[in-house]
Design a protein around this ligand. Structure first.
Ligand code: KIV
Length: 262
């Protein structure tokens, strides 16, 4: 998958798919299933590291996860998610950190959260030939300001979101994630932009959809956002297998002759 192919998909009205993955086995599954984009999301902080929000995850941890996930991908576009404070301090530091995702992590592109404040960073990445995906609407790095609430409700907020989307496209973003935004507004932004929009909690009138893999597979039990959908319950299946192992060991049934050497 390339950025050009994503643009072609938009122009042909074909839906784009994106899922998160943070390591080799899951990235391999996502890639083999034909998903267009593997996002090494900073949601790793919550669904893998067990943290309350995405703020504490570090650049070094994100690079580690990107390298693992990249090894499992043969076809998809790999996007590394820039963690909190890795791109907000200065454009120079942002470019250096984004460059690490490409050089050390093997990512094809990076993602940054934010509206107007992210425009100079997107411009700097574009000048440095680092493809960048924008992320507007509910931006989890701003959790302490905006909470986990739907964004863009009301005329003023909707107009601002539209303005941000246009400015980020103009700055050079190749796609934009739109999170937790009323579907009518997400649809209007999608019609206005030439670049693909990828929704999460933004309804069906966008160019593609993204979800957190651990929600899709039922591996994260703490909560399921209203906009997410569980397509499997691997936690239940995993618990069944782990309990079966425990019981067999305790009863002396495992290992049998079959799993032993003569
Ligand atoms: O970190 C992440 O997984 C994300 C997606 C929810 C878009 O940013």
């Amino acid at each position: 998958m390339t950025i050009q192919e994503l643009l072609k998909k938009k122009s042909e009205g074909k839906k784009i798919t994106m899922l998160t993955a943070y390591d080799y086995p899951f990235a391999r599954m996502v890639d083999e299933a034909g998903i267009d984009i593997v996002l090494v999301g900073d949601s790793v902080a919550m669904v893998v590291q067990g943290l309350e929000n995405t703020l504490p995850v570090t650049m070094d941890e994100m690079i580690y996860h990107t390298r693992m996930a990249r090894r499992g991908v043969a076809n998809a576009l790999v996007v590394g998610d820039m963690p909190f404070l890795s791109y907000q301090v200065s454009a120079e530091e942002a470019v250096r950190n984004a460059g690490r995702f490409i050089k050390e992590g093997g990512a094809h592109a990076v993602k940054v959260e934010g509206g107007m404040e992210a425009v100079p960073v997107v411009q700097a990445f574009t000048r440095a030939e680092i493809p960048v995906m924008a992320h507007i609407g509910l931006t989890p790095h701003a959790v302490h300001r905006m909470g986990f609430k739907v964004q863009g409700r009301g005329d003023k907020a909707a107009a601002r979101l539209m303005e941000e989307a246009r400015a980020l496209e103009e700055a050079g973003a190749f796609a934009a994630v739109i999170e937790a935004v009323p579907m009518e507004l997400a649809g209007r932004i999608t019609e206005t932009l030439a670049i693909p929009t990828i929704g999460i909690g933004a309804g069906p009138r966008v160019d593609g959809q993204v979800l957190v893999l651990h929600d899709v597979l039922g591996l994260f039990e703490r909560f399921l956002p209203r906009f997410a959908k569980r397509y499997a319950n691997l936690r239940e299946e995993g618990m069944r297998a782990i309990r079966a192992f425990r019981e067999e060991v305790e009863k002396g049934e495992f290992p049998s002759e079959k799993e032993s050497f003569k």
